[in-house]
Design a protein around this ligand. Structure first.
Ligand code: ZN
Length: 345
């Protein structure tokens, strides 16, 4: 799955973040924000966009340091110029490096060294750490002291998709700011305003519910087409019209995160089918029911096995998100496809 790729100089305020932004500004101007904030919420609702905006504003020389400072970054001070150039010396982003999915201790040591210096341009230093749940234990331990006793005037802005997966020692040292997803209407409007047709916007949001930024990436990267290919092969495999090795070979070429996400969607639909949920409440509408009907003698699904498979897929998703999982894509796809076929009775 593609993650958000907001550039460091962009700090647009997403319309659904207006209330939270105003609250953060008011708190900073009245009594000061805590040194460690953790923005939490599902992927694609703008956690990184918000932390960049907060960072930009905290660093601006005309804004947050004064009680009567601006409630937006000014855009023309030395700090704002450096921010726009993407070379602010008092700002740092810490995220997985070198194709790793984890944040390792070396990266956190760099954060600690950075914060041990004094600010060069602004009144404070700001570090964004994302996503927090992929910090391994050593990295998390190395961050604890900094979270507890931040050096000088500094702010740590942490981003987490799964708050529950963040180590309790980290959680307890941050103030959590839970970001709410936009309403369906806000998401649709925002996506259309970015130049997408109403039909494209609603289709993208259907597969990326409440996550307009994810929906935007889904459109930009043509993921709809890939998802359709995945579904077609899944249908052929279910009906016994495609051999296992052909399906596995095609799936292995796709991004594992995407593939697992698509499995999860179909399995959720399958469970709803066994519970006789109406078709319009299903991600793929009537597709799965028709597929099963077309399987010879009208196949049904073994509910117990289905729940076990769904749990497996959720565990795989959790492992991928924590960055700790290492999978052999081919074996994993093979195993999931065989488990799926074993559900049909
Ligand atoms: Zn400024």
């Amino acid at each position: 799955m593609i993650s958000g790729v907001a550039s460091e100089s962009s700090s647009q305020l997403l319309p659904w973040q207006q209330p939270i932004w105003q609250d953060l500004v008011r708190r900073q101007q009245q009594s000061g924000l805590p040194h460690a904030l953790m923005f939490t919420g599902i992927a694609g609702i703008g956690k990184h966009e918000l932390s960049l905006r907060v960072a930009h504003w905290l660093l601006c020389q005309n804004s947050s340091g004064q009680a009567d400072g601006l409630t937006e970054s000014c855009g023309h001070c030395h700090s704002c110029q450096l921010w726009q150039a993407g070379s602010h010396p008092d700002f740092m982003v810490c995220q997985p490096e070198d194709n790793s999915r984890q944040i390792r201790i070396d990266s956190i040591r760099k954060v600690n060294e950075f914060l041990a210096q004094t600010p060069q341009i602004s009144r404070c230093q700001v570090v964004v750490i994302r996503p927090v749940e992929v910090m391994n234990t050593n990295a998390a331990n190395a961050l604890l002291k900094t979270l507890e006793e931040p050096a000088g005037e500094s702010f740590l802005l942490l981003e987490a998709e799964r708050f529950g997966s963040v180590l309790p020692t980290i959680r307890s040292r941050c103030q959590r700011i839970q970001l709410l997803a936009p309403s369906a209407e806000q998401a649709q409007q925002w996506l259309q305003a970015s130049g997408v047709s109403p039909d494209q916007a609603s289709q993208a949001l259907r597969y990326n519910p409440q996550a307009p930024l994810q929906a935007q990436l889904w459109l930009e990267h043509n993921l709809g087409e890939q998802q359709q290919q995945w579904l077609d092969l899944f249908g052929q495999w279910t009906q016994g019209r495609a051999p296992l090795d052909k399906v596995v070979a095609a799936y292995t070429k796709m991004e594992l995160d995407d593939v697992i996400h698509w499995y999860a969607g179909v399995l959720a639909d399958a469970l709803k089918l066994t519970l006789s949920v109406a078709e319009d409440q299903l991600l793929h509408g009537g597709w799965l029911a028709q597929l099963l009907n077309a399987c010879g003698d009208g196949a049904t699904l073994n509910k117990t096995k289905l729940i076990t498979l769904q749990r497996n897929v959720q565990e795989i998703q959790g492992g991928l998100l924590s960055g700790a999982a290492h999978h052999n894509k081919q074996l994993l796809n093979e195993s999931l496809l065989l488990q799926w076929r074993a559900l049909l009775q």
